[in-house]
Design a protein around this ligand. Sequence first.
Ligand SMILES: NC(=O)c1ccc[n+]([C@@H]2O[C@H](COP(=O)([O-])OP(=O)(O)OC[C@H]3O[C@@H](n4cnc5c(N)ncnc54)[C@H](O)[C@@H]3O)[C@@H](O)[C@H]2O)c1
Length: 364
Amino acid sequence: MRPISQDGPPSGSGPPLEHEQVRVRRGPRSGVPVVVAVHSTVLGQAIGGCRLTGYRHWTEALDDALRLSAAMTDKCAVAGLPNGGGKTVVALPTGYVPGPAARRAILHDVADTIAELAGAYATGPDIGTGPRDMTIIAERTPYAFCRPPADGGSGDSSVHTATGVVAALRALCAAAFGSPEPAGRRLAVLGLGRVGGHLARQLAAAGADLVVTDVDPGRRALADELGATWREPEDALGCEVDVLVPAALGGILNPDTVPRLRCAAVAGPANNQLDAPATADLLHRRGILWAPDFVVSAGGIIHATAVELHHETTERAVARVRGIGDTLARILADAARTGDTPAAAAHRLARQRLDGRRLDLARP
Ligand SMILES: NC(=O)c1ccc[n+]([C@@H]2O[C@H](COP(=O)([O-])OP(=O)(O)OC[C@H]3O[C@@H](n4cnc5c(N)ncnc54)[C@H](O)[C@@H]3O)[C@@H](O)[C@H]2O)c1
């Protein structure tokens, strides 16, 4: 091995490791690969959910953990939280659904990996996990958010994520159409799960004209209850609407789908909507206003940290969640002024906050 020179460590080929710590281990109890990535603690303890889902290979889970933890750093920075970004990803063999004992073993393996980080990172629910899983993790480490209220946590965050998305949609509509009101606007909600369900209810109550879809036909009952138009998932993306609201999985915006869009704007809670950063430019060139997902989807984490870390009242926490509207308005105004994409403006805001904190830390 080459020695570390006075000029710094030897540089290899390929991009530098941006992450502060990455732990990859085969769970000693479960035998399942567990990845915990801590991207940054510059602003404070890294936070980010625990994803438990099927992967063909554990290296795909590692890629997801690296990407999602970096996105959490931007999400926290833009939201003005005193936290950095991290993520846990558990790579289940595809098609494997663990029974209660195996699930408990997996969650204890996750907990022990987090405990070794000694508070640098705390987790919460994500795809495949929920508040009750956080109680099991909390049996072995205190660093778990969103346990059920009966166990001392702030519970399921999806309603707060939905509230933040509505605040973002109001800011987006103000920028795109001159009025923030969803009433009379046609919006397509793609995915009626935990967040999408709350979101559709809130938008219907605000008088929006809704088109909705889900791969689960059982969700059609909610569409009927709300008087929304149901479309099959393959048709919903190309619907002629004012705003498209991705509320299912990531990667939905890519060079194949962007040319098919017939909307003026896109904003929704789905994480990692772009297949690659360059897709933000494609949307921009088509004149479609895209609100960055890491700005729009921060309501759940803003609420959980406000209640569990800062012991704020629910009213104060919800007011913070609604502040996502002001943050997005600022980003859209900056993008309009500079001619950049909203994504570039949002990354600039995140960088300013991170660089400002680094300068503070460097001061004697
Ligand atoms: N839950 C939160 O508080 C939260 C916070 C931030 C971001 N997010 C993100 O928001 C998205 C939704 O989260 P959730 O908690 O509601 O998940 P969920 O699993 O409860 O809901 C997702 C829904 O999308 C549906 N779906 C899957 N593939 C689809 C497709 N191709 N077309 C249409 N529908 C499809 C599923 O059937 C399900 O009903 C995810 O990307 C998640 O990472 C969630």
